[in-house]
Design a protein around this ligand. Structure first.
Ligand code: S3P
Length: 441
């Protein structure tokens, strides 16, 4: 994959505001799942709005290397997938490179457990440190055989030809990736597979399986399906990613004089924690033109600047905003009064340790930020500017870029190439909306 040059920097000048209309790229979670289910369906699936970020391209290439004929993506994000059916994949001739993508690695662990052949899955330096036991342990209890490092990290060798048996699994953490991995293995398992989640997590897998004609039952916090069915090709229109929109929501909220419309954003209720949290902080967000597109709710979001207040973030919103905390910490850094986050230890095992890396960056900019084991305490103060280490984490890089709108000094962000994993064109779009941002290296 396009392994990032650590040298790519963003240099963002202080000040400015966001205005006009923007459309951010397609949803990452939905794009991954469209390739997986489209490949395993009977018939031809048409996808539009596909996210052409490196993470989703890893998933796409993996299925191509297992014999699936996939056309595109075209410049406008059209992908045509000639599905091979649940039992039509072929052994790849090389390892599957999942790049920076935890979603690819974890969901594919489940899917690959049900195949007739062995597969080895590798990842970049960040992915190679991320915990995989959360999927390999329950998959093993279904009968899967997966070898990892002694630390339970990638590379993973998934053995094929194993007979899987459905399980009834109480998930210890609120993870859509774990839930999805088990449900996808469940397609190949005898009997019923059910997953109970400790708190609601994104339900794109369940929705999309139903869109492909597969019965999935959701009863409260328990989701179950029967193995042995089939997927029927369909059409998928991928909405814009609310996780990418979040940077612009925060930027327009903190930068005085902003009035921005972010178009066609997916507002699945399992993803809208960022809107709820920003509103609790006093943000001026309007959700306009709500509609449904291919089984997912979509809206335009108008954001005008407002004076934010620090809050205690309600823990029930944490899984519903799990990818948006780097951006929300920037909002907190420009609010009036303290913000406290608890119950978010999962942030420590994302593309970087997002609690520590955000705290370090905020401190480098002059803000009082205290990391805790499961969250952070932010006491807003003078946000000057400075040099940020993103540690190759796309969301850290984009969050600090937005901070420049209210900083008093320029912000230089190191190691930004991985912004392309989820948000190709970020710099150009941010500049169009009013930021003074450029890349170097
Ligand atoms: C994702 C689930 C989340 C999220 C990730 C994408 C998915 O991870 O952080 O960016 O597509 O299922 P967890 O479910 O592990 O929290």
């Amino acid at each position: 994959m396009g392994h990032a040059s650590a040298a790519l920097q963003f240099i963002v000048q202080p000040g400015g505001h966001l205005q006009g209309r923007v459309r951010v790229p397609g949803d990452k979670s939905i794009s991954h799942r469209s390739i997986m289910l489209g490949s395993l369906a009977d018939g031809t699936t048409h996808v539009s709005g596909f996210l052409q970020g490196e993470d989703c391209l890893c998933t796409l290439k993996a299925f191509r290397s297992m014999g699936v004929d996939i056309e595109g993506p075209s410049a406008s994000g059209e992908v045509t997938i000639h599905g091979v059916g649940l039992h039509g994949l072929q052994a790849p001739s090389t390892d599957l490179d999942m790049g920076n993508s935890g979603t690819s690695m974890r969901l594919m662990s489940g899917l690959m457990s049900g195949q007739a052949f062995d597969v080895r899955m590798t990842g970049d330096a960040s992915l190679s440190k991320r915990p995989m036991k959360r999927v390999t342990v329950p998959l093993a209890s279904m009968g899967a055989v997966i070898e990892a490092t002694s630390a339970g990290t990638p590379p993973l060798l998934v053995r094929g030809g194993k007979a899987l048996q459905g399980i009834d699994y109480a998930m210890p953490m609120a993870s859509a990736q774990v839930k999805s991995s088990l449900l996808l293995a469940g397609l190949y398992a005898a009997g019923e597979t059910s997953v109970t989640e400790p708190a609601p997590t994104r339900d794109h897998t369940e929705r999309m399986l139903r869109g492909f004609g597969y019965e999935v039952v959701t009863e409260g916090n328990r989701i179950r399906l029967q193995g042995g069915g089939r997927l029927t090709a369909t059409t998928i229109d991928v909405p814009s990613d609310i996780s990418s929109a979040a940077f612009f929501m925060v930027g327009a909220s903190i930068a005085e004089g902003s009035d921005l419309i972010i178009e066609h954003v997916g507002i699945n209720p399992t993803r809208t924690g960022v809107i709820d949290i920003l509103r609790l902080m006093g943000a001026n967000l309007e959700v306009l033109n709500e509609r449904e597109v291919g089984g997912e709710p979509v809206a335009d979001i108008r954001v005008r600047s407002s004076a934010l207040q620090g809050i205690q973030i309600p823990e029930h919103l944490v899984p519903l905003a799990i990818d948006e905390f780097p951006a929300l910490f920037i909002a907190a850094a420009f609010a009036q009064g303290q913000t406290v986050l608890t119950g978010a230890e999962e942030l420590r095992v994302k593309e970087s340790d997002r609690i520590q890396v955000m705290a370090d960056g905020l401190i480098a900019c002059g803000v009082d930020a205290q990391p805790t084991p499961d969250g952070i305490v932010i006491n807003p103060g003078n946000f000057s500017g400075g040099t940020i280490e993103s540690h190759g984490d796309h969301r850290i890089a984009m969050s600090f870029a937005m901070a420049a709108l209210r900083a008093t000094q320029p912000i230089t962000i190191n190691d930004c190439a991985n912004v392309n994993t989820s948000f190709p064109g970020f710099v150009e779009l941010a500049a169009t909306a009013g930021m003074n941002i450029r890349t170097v290296g």
